[in-house]
Design a binder for this molecule. Structure first.
Ligand code: ALA
Length: 483
């Protein structure tokens, strides 16, 4: 088979069923909605909102959130349609194998590593910072060299500066999440549900208490005048802000990686994707409205904006609880993203594009445990030894590329496989996927040249691996063309 050859939909089903041990279908649509919320609400909302308002959009960050939600909704509808046609593991990677061919499938799979694995490392670093701050409030001080990567300077209590050695909490939380994942998808869903309830409580309590401390003057001007630089306020700032807060929506697509472990996936996956996206969009817009109403956008350039806003109320004692709940929220993001990544590795390994052993399913836990272990070391090491700054926006641009390709995939499948049953059909075809492509591309443009270059560099590494390993080892290479 060549670069462009495709796997038939029947073959996708056979692959899903034809192994000594399969993934088990146990998840319900309600659990998928919770998984989606688990992956979505995290560092994006709790850390990035304030900075994006202060640097890019001002109070109009609300419009940025709405714009990003519209792009995600179009992409989410496309994901839902394909997931209802091909309800097996692997998400966009598998869809691309069935529509665009092996090479593009590899590119998407490689690109999704940016989203899930590298994205998890970012969240792990954020988690570590929140933990340090939480313990500091309790009077517990950890040795600072073990809380930062080797590139980060750390200020010691005696005023001297040293460099970090390892970000140990980041590594440990990835290890803990991976251990839960290896024990089974149902246990993971239960842990996720508890964590989601806690973080939803924080958002609701913040909105309910903060609402009465809104100062209407903070909304003027609603769209601050552009400074003359693209992305600094005005409409270009709103667009750039959308690209930045897009990080806060990343994760809803992880629901589609669980299709093979879901009961009635044709219905449950669209409900999981669109349900979680809808709930989070409403919460984000209300949250951003209250935050920018409580604190003037010029003062929001702070990675812990919730604490800043709470400091303006008599409820300062809530800060400790908020930090604890944010820690839980970030843990659920890591849990679901690592779950999604392990399922994509599992599929890529099963197809021979990665070492085949990685697709082994544990006979008792029915999880791709080797994929989980490899991710533990890869993601854990990335979190422990890399600085966070560059990686977040790279995650967003990679995810947006995957969304664009999924929207294209829907159009190809509608043309080439018009008669295959779709239990979910997206409305207003072909406007929806076309708008999905346009909005996601616009957000990619908003992220600027640096991020495009980083994306191209990442894809170039992926191509070296594909041509050096995957293409030669693909299990489909000797088969005749499937269509
Ligand atoms: N959406 C996830 C977060 O904001 C990645 O942490």
């Amino acid at each position: 088979m060549g670069l462009w050859s495709k796997k038939s939909i029947e073959r996708c089903y056979q692959d899903a069923e034809g192994w000594p041990y399969n993934l088990q279908r146990t998840l319900s649509s309600g659990q998928l909605v919770l998984m989606g919320i688990g992956a979505i609400i995290g560092a994006g909302l709790f850390s990035i909102t304030g900075v994006a308002a202060a640097q890019n959009a001002g109070p109009a960050i609300l419009i940025s959130f709405l714009l990003a939600a519209i792009g995600c909704a179009f992409a989410g509808l496309c994901y839902s349609e394909i997931a209802s046609m091909i309800p097996v593991s692997g998400s966009a990677y598998t869809y691309a194998y069935a529509t665009l061919g092996e090479f593009i499938a590899w590119i998407i799979g490689w690109d999704l590593i940016l989203e899930y694995a590298i994205g998890t490392s970012c969240v792990a670093i954020s988690w570590s910072a929140y933990l340090v701050s939480f313990l500091y409030d309790l009077g517990i001080f950890l040795p600072p060299q073990f809380l930062a990567s080797p590139w980060q300077p750390v200020l010691l209590p005696d005023g001297t500066n040293v460099y970090g050695i390892i970000n140990l909490p980041a590594f440990l939380i990835v290890a803990l999440s991976s251990a839960v994942l290896i024990l089974g998808v149902n246990k993971s869903a239960l842990v996720n549900a508890l964590l989601v309830i806690l973080k939803l409580c924080v958002v609701v309590i913040f909105v309910a208490l903060g609402y009465s401390y809104i100062n209407q003057e903070n909304y003027h001007p609603f769209i601050p005048e552009n400074t003359g630089v693209f992305g600094e306020f005005g409409w270009s700032g709103i667009l750039r802000g959308a690209g930045v807060v897009f990080f806060a929506y990343i994760g809803f697509d992880a629901v589609s990686t669980m299709a093979q472990e879901t009961k009635n996936p044709q219905r449950a996956v669209p409900v999981g994707i669109l349900g979680s996206l809808c709930i989070c969009t409403i919460l984000y817009i209300v949250f951003a409205y209250v935050l920018t109403g409580m604190v003037n956008y010029q003062d929001l350039n702070n990675p812990a904006p919730v604490a800043l806003a709470i400091a303006q109320t008599p409820y300062v004692w809530l800060n400790g609880l908020v930090k604890l709940a944010v820690l839980c929220g970030l843990t659920s993001v890591m849990l679901v993203m690592l779950l999604g990544q392990s399922r994509i590795f599992y599929c890529m390994a099963r197809d021979g594009l990665l070492p085949r052993q990685w697709s082994k399913i544990h006979p008792r836990f029915r999880t791709p445990w080797l994929s989980n272990l490899i991710l533990l070391f890869f993601v854990g090491a990335f979190g422990a030894f890399s600085p966070i700054a560059l990686v977040g926006e790279m995650t967003s641009i990679g995810t947006l590329l995957a969304f664009v390709l999924v929207c294209i995939g829907v159009m190809i499948l509608r043309k080439k496989q018009p008669h295959v049953h779709r239990s979910f059909k997206l409305p207003l075809y072909p406007l929806t996927p076309l708008l999905g492509i346009a909005v996601c591309l616009a957000m990619m443009l908003g992220l600027g040249v640096d991020n495009w270059l980083r994306l191209l560099f990442w894809l170039a590494i992926g191509m070296v691996i594909y041509f050096g390993y995957g293409k030669k080892n693909s299990i489909y290479k000797d088969r005749p063309k499937s269509r």
